[in-house]
Structure formats: structure tokens, C-alpha cells
Design a binder for this molecule. Structure first.
Ligand code: ASP
Length: 358
């Protein structure tokens, strides 16, 4: 047996131990993290995806749980198939996020969370770790797959972020698929908004004054789950991150969250890692979470998992959300401080995981 195979066996064993023993380590808060074996061999790849922090009840109908699990598994399989075929991190991240945008279970594309006015405004961003090129759109209302428009902003304009009418106008010039705003709306999201508005109406004093941080998120965690994201290290060692969302139920129209903000909800650099965040966007913006994970690796010499966990368990507040990240060596970390986070991960080394709760 060669030295390299021994090192790989050792890291696989360490990862297996970590999968069973490392998952709940932050006292007092829900937590979950995964350290996949480093991708030490040429041609190896890693992928992680999320369908949002916040969660469905553990006693939800079995069919609903199964539907989420199979949607996550299908997206993971699509990403895995593309990576095994040698596709680039950027292509894979975009394709996986498009698939999740098209699934109405998730808060992106059809099935997105509604604004307080009952409309849909979508935010999305993508970043190429090899070049630091990035593109984003915010507050788009008729673009079926905002992640692909974000990529076109990156490829076809000198800009990083286009918002509102400007983004819609750009979509027209690019010929991307458009749909009426109400075609994004599902009965389930309409009910969530109605419940949220009733809840808000019952608290007139809080609604009349500027909201403190801890009242920004709808109190029912089911009303704020479903943002989607994907981080990839491809077989050439390039990284990419993509994130897409409808934001939070009952948000003010015009509100923009962290998902389209490079460095807050999404970031990728081949020198460190690729990160996609989910949760109360205002908190992720305040702390520049995605870029900060990379900065802690770069400047403080932390591992991906140390940096990601620091942000989620020490910087953010309990129940703010979580993130998925992949490092330049192929390690994966997926910590969250909410009750659950829809998530999945795979690597060429044989890792395959689909999870909702701890
Ligand atoms: N981060 C998203 C936002 O604030 C929401 C989420 O991830 O659930 O827009």
C-alpha cells in the first residue's frame, strides 16, 4: 500500500469518526457540522447544497419529509453526475440551483416566500472562485431562474449586482425565460403570509416602531425556510458558490437580503473556500459572513470547519441560520444554529449525505 493510500484511508477513518461523533458540539444550540475527507487525489471533487435553514416539524407527514429528502437527493445526484463527467464548478453550481429554483418546495423561483404585499421578489448570486468574477440580481419579479440571470450579469456586464427594473430590463436583452409574478405563488406560501400577517397584527406596538434584530425573522421557523444554495469544488480544483431566494415571508417590498450580496450570503475564492448562507439575511449582511469564513482561513489560519463554526456559533445569534462551505482541499462544513437545515453533500471519495435535522 502506498503512502498516499494510507493517508487517504486515515482521513476517511477520521471523517467516519467525525460523522458519528462530531455532529452536536455547541452546547445550548442546535448544531451540525461535517468534515469530509480532504480531496487529496487529482480529479477528485466535492459538492454541498442546501434548501434553507429553518425547518418543517419533525412530526410532519412522512410524505412531506420524503418529498424534501428526494428533492435534495435528486439535486445532489444531478450535481454528482455532472462533476463525475468533468463539468466546471460554476456550471454545476448553476445547474443544481436551477433545479432547486424549479422545485416549489423551496423558497426560490416558484414556491418563493411572499412580500407583505403578497408579491414575489427574487434575489440570487453566483461567484467563480478561480477568477473572483461574480454576478447577482435583486428584487427580480418575472425571471424564472434568477441564478442564470446572475451568471449573465457576471459574464455580460462590467457590473456585479443589478436590481429591480434594471435587472428586469437586462433580462429582456438576454432573452431568459420570463413568467408572470403570480406564477411563482403557491397556496402554501400564501397561507404562510396570511398567518404571518395575522401574527404581526396581533403585535401593534412592535409593528409601529423599528424592529429590533430578533423580530426581523418571522417567529414561526416554517415561514422562513427554503432558500437554496450550492458550493462546489470541481475536479480541476476550482471552486464556485451559488445562492437563490425569495427572501423572508412578509418582508417589505424592496427589501434585499444577504443572498445576492457577495461576501454576505455568497462567496468563492480558490485560495480558501466557497460559501452559501441561509437564514436571517440582515444578520449575515451585518457580519459579512460568507467572506468572513474565507478571511478566517486566510488570515487566522483556521480550517474550513473551524472558521465556519466560529461564524455560526460565535458570531451569529441562535436561530439565525447556517451555511454550507467547501474548501480548496475538498473538505465540507455545514453548520447551522437553527432547528434544522435542508442539506446534502457528496464527494468523489464516497461521501453521500442527505439531512434535514441534526
Ligand atoms: N437569507 C435569506 C434572506 O434573508 C433567507 C433565507 O435564507 O431563508 O433573504
Amino acid at each position: 500500500m502506498t503512502f498516499t493510500s494510507l493517508v487517504m484511508l486515515a482521513s476517511l477513518a477520521a471523517a467516519a469518526a467525525c460523522l458519528t461523533g462530531c455532529s452536536a458540539s455547541s452546547a445550548g444550540s442546535s448544531s451540525s457540522s461535517l468534515v469530509a475527507p480532504p480531496a487529496a487525489t487529482p480529479g477528485s471533487w466535492s459538492i454541498a447544497l442546501h434548501g434553507g435553514a429553518g425547518t418543517i416539524d419533525k412530526d410532519s407527514p412522512k410524505e412531506l419529509v420524503a418529498a424534501y429528502e428526494s428533492a435534495l437527493a435528486a439535486a445532489l445526484d444531478e450535481g454528482t453526475r455532472r462533476l463525475a463527467a468533468g463539468q466546471s464548478a460554476l456550471d454545476v453550481a448553476e445547474a443544481v440551483v436551477r433545479m432547486l429554483e424549479d422545485n416549489e418546495l423551496f423558497n426560490a423561483g416558484r414556491g418563493a416566500a411572499l412580500t407583505a404585499k403578497g408579491t414575489v421578489e427574487l434575489d440570487s448570486s453566483i461567484m467563480d472562485g478561480a477568477t473572483l468574477k461574480c454576478g447577482a440580481v435583486a428584487g427580480v419579479r418575472t425571471v424564472k431562474n434568477p441564478i442564470s440571470l446572475a451568471r449573465l450579469v457576471m459574464l455580460k456586464t462590467p457590473h456585479v449586482l443589478l436590481a429591480g427594473d434594471g435587472a428586469e430590463d437586462f433580462a429582456t436583452t438576454q432573452g431568459v425565460t420570463r413568467v408572470p409574478n403570480d406564477s411563482f405563488i403557491t397556496p402554501r406560501r400564501r397561507k404562510m403570509l396570511d398567518d404571518h400577517l395575522k401574527e404581526q397584527a396581533a403585535k401593534p406596538a412592535a409593528a409601529a416602531s423599528p424592529l429590533p434584530i430578533d423580530t426581523l425573522a418571522p417567529s414561526n421557523p416554517q415561514h422562513r425556510f427554503g432558500t437554496v444554495g450550492c458550493v462546489v469544488r470541481d475536479s480541476k480544483g476550482n471552486l464556485a458558490a451559488a445562492t437563490s431566494t425569495g427572501g423572508m415571508t412578509g418582508k417589505r417590498f424592496g427589501r434585499i437580503g444577504d443572498s445576492p450580496l457577495i461576501g454576505a450570503g455568497n462567496y468563492a475564492s480558490n485560495t480558501t473556500c466557497a460559501v452559501s448562507c441561509t437564514g436571517t439575511g440582515e444578520q449575515f449582511i451585518r457580519h459579512g459572513v460568507a467572506r468572513m469564513v474565507a478571511a478566517r482561513m486566510e488570515l487566522a489560519g483556521e480550517t474550513l470547519d473551524q472558521a465556519a463554526r466560529h461564524l455560526v456559533f460565535k458570531t451569529l445569534s441562535p436561530d439565525d441560520g447556517g451555511l454550507i462551505a467547501v474548501s480548496r482541499d475538498g473538505s465540507i462544513s455545514m453548520p447551522f444554529n437553527s432547528e434544522g437545515m435542508f442539506r446534502a453533500a457528496a464527494s468523489s471519495g464516497g461521501l453521500r449525505l442527505v439531512k434535514i435535522w441534526e
